[in-house]
Design a protein around this ligand. Structure first.
Ligand code: SF4
Length: 385
């Protein structure tokens, strides 16, 4: 017998407020108080603005455990939390995040569903954001909220470090929404986090993500906005390796895009099939459940490790794997450029280590040199030119 319960109704604003209005301690459990938990620092003074996500990325299960309807907290509840943070004895004026599963979905609803009408599509963001989302109006609400949090008593910075959907920073006529420049100018702590996930059109289609050209367009606009606002800022991008549908040739396609940018993220997310997701079915069945088409699934250790090495190509430990992958895929034409960039990087590293050593020898090293907000590391896509 299979007993199926109807899904839980989305929480109302009052209900969501009541969850977050609880008196959280914002500290580690006393059992771990001794050495502390470094991971806490990134979230200790952050504000969660909403639950849910309607992006419907094939590999992600947020839709299933938080719901696809955005359940937003009220402005009052969020500002109340900002005031509570400001009174905390350890607070130094920086709210590290005002966001949620996707930062710029706060306050978003669908005008069709709100009127009680059915939607026969339910693919709200691909290939383009649905006009029923009223992005231009609702992102203004988020912009206003960020401004209010930043101007709260005792707050110096209100950053957004949750991932941002760059395809939602554009209005229905294709124009860049004001939220874009405000995020760049006031709410980015050195790096804006994005998740293009891949660059190959077929892989992106199976992931239900927007085309890479949208990311490239955003990259340009971000660069322009940083330049015009005099900001030295970067992008931190997330990519998935080994997602169903990714052949070696497609992994090399992504490698080529990264090579063009002389960029290798420090982390690459290895695909894990999550229960209930479309990608889990693609993984288990070798077929896409929506189209029935056969899908290549990278299952062997050799294939998965090659794909990972191609994304993290600046890691010298993966060099043999990268060369092996380029040989296997018949793309040895990329080897000279790869070796040239890697050698240049090694020279730069050696130079840095040398100068650091010299500084230390002179007893002039400063403990927090690398800790300033936005300090550039190899995880940053240097779009500042
Ligand atoms: S009308 Fe548009 S925004 Fe609303 S549920 Fe359907 S696809 Fe999503």
């Amino acid at each position: 017998m299979v007993l199926q319960h109807p899904p839980l109704a989305p929480s109302t604003a009052e209900e969501v407020d009541s969850y977050y209005d609880l008196p959280f301690r914002r500290d580690v459990h006393p059992d771990h108080a001794g050495p502390g938990v470094p991971a806490l620092e990134a979230v200790r003074f952050s504000i969660n603005t909403h639950r849910g996500c309607f992006a419907d990325c094939s590999f992600c299960s947020i839709t299933f455990h938080q719901g696809r309807a955005i359940q937003s907290r009220s402005e009052e509840s969020i500002l109340k939390e900002a005031a509570t943070l400001a009174e905390h004895v350890d607070f130094r004026g920086t709210i590290t995040d005002v966001g949620g599963p996707t930062a710029n979905m706060w306050g978003l609803g669908c005008k069709l569903l709100e009127k009680g009408k059915p939607c026969l599509d339910r693919d709200c963001l691909t290939p383009d954001p649905c006009p029923a989302l009223r992005l231009d109006k609702t992102t203004e609400g988020y912009r206003r909220l960020l401004g209010l949090v930043k101007r709260s008593k005792g707050v110096k910075h209100a950053f957004v470090s949750s991932g941002v959907r760059y395809d939602m920073l554009r209005g229905k006529d294709g124009e860049t929404l004001p939220l874009h420049d405000t995020l760049v100018g006031e709410h980015t702590s050195g790096r804006m986090k994005l998740a293009p996930e891949h660059s190959d059109p077929e892989v992106l289609r199976l992931m239900n993500k927007p085309g890479f050209e949208k990311y490239e367009q955003f990259e340009e606009e971000y660069r322009t906005a940083c330049e015009s606002q005099g900001k030295e800022q970067y992008l931190a991008n997330y990519f998935i390796v080994g997602h169903p549908g990714t052949t070696l040739a497609q992994a090399v396609q992504l490698f080529e895009k990264l090579l063009e940018r002389n960029y290798s993220p420090e982390q690459a997310q290895e695909f894990i099939p999550l229960p209930m997701t479309r990608a889990a079915v693609q993984y288990a069945a070798g077929r896409d459940p929506l189209t029935g088409e056969e899908v290549h699934v990278p299952r062997t250790e050799r294939e998965r490790s090659q794909q990972k090495a191609l994304v993290r190509w600046k890691d010298p430990k993966g060099r043999r794997k990268v060369e092996e992958a380029l040989t296997d895929s018949g793309r040895t034409d990329l080897l000279p450029r790869y070796r040239e960039l890697l050698a240049a990087d090694e020279r730069r590293q050696a130079h840095r280590t040398g100068s650091k050593g010299r500084k230390q020898a002179r007893g002039k090293s400063r403990l927090f040199d690398g800790a300033r907000a936005g300090a550039k590391d190899s995880d940053d896509l240097d779009i500042a030119g």
